[in-house]
Design a protein around this ligand. Structure first.
Ligand SMILES: [Zn+2]
Length: 179
């Protein structure tokens, strides 16, 4: 009887350990970075040529979570992304194609649960499109280079622009400034 109890408690400890290590693994950050530098031939931080790539091709080179936002216009759950309350100094790039989108000095603390910016790095960093889905009139914000869905634009941001670029963390890639 004692030996059965020991075996049971050991297996519980082991399964707890396994479940912990499984939840710790898929952070996605390193996986995305690796796939973008090695397997994504469209990724470049210097080439600003507008890309014409089919969704079928994107599906091959993007991770499923990035594809769901970029090409299927998904939205990550509020307060779950890695950048909504992040305050590092640096540049935010499109994780799908490497296009520079925002600087940290264009970011502001928003209570909405998604990373929020009041201006882009360049006017051509993003493009805009009317979005009437879900019976709402919104402005969709897309990557100016690869067309990936990034998020939406609202008019309740801080000065000087009073805009709020409400973005998905999953489609952003942060690079810290070098000192
Ligand atoms: Zn892009």
């Amino acid at each position: 009887m004692i030996s059965i109890k020991i075996i049971l408690s050991c297996s519980i400890i082991l399964s707890n350990f396994l479940s912990c290590s499984q939840t710790a693994l898929p952070s996605g950050v390193k996986a995305n970075a690796a796939s973008n530098t090695k397997e994504n031939p469209y990724y470049s931080r210097t080439d600003t040529t507008v890309l014409q790539v089919s969704d079928a091709e994107w599906k091959k080179v993007l991770s499923p979570d990035v594809y769901a936002i970029a090409r299927e216009k998904g939205t990550e759950r509020a307060f779950t992304g890695k950048y909504w309350n992040f305050t590092g100094l640096g540049t935010y790039y499109c994780v799908a194609c490497g296009n520079a989108l925002f600087k940290s000095d264009g970011k502001f603390a928003s209570e909405c649960g998604w990373p929020s910016f009041f201006e882009t790095i360049r006017k051509t960093s993003v493009t805009y499109q009317e979005d009437n889905s879900y019976n709402m009139e919104r402005i969709e914000v897309n990557c100016g280079r690869c067309g990936a869905h990034l998020g939406h634009l609202f008019d309740d941001g801080p000065p000087p622009t009073y805009k709020r670029y409400c973005m998905n963390s999953i489609i952003l890639e942060f690079e810290p400034d070098t000192k």
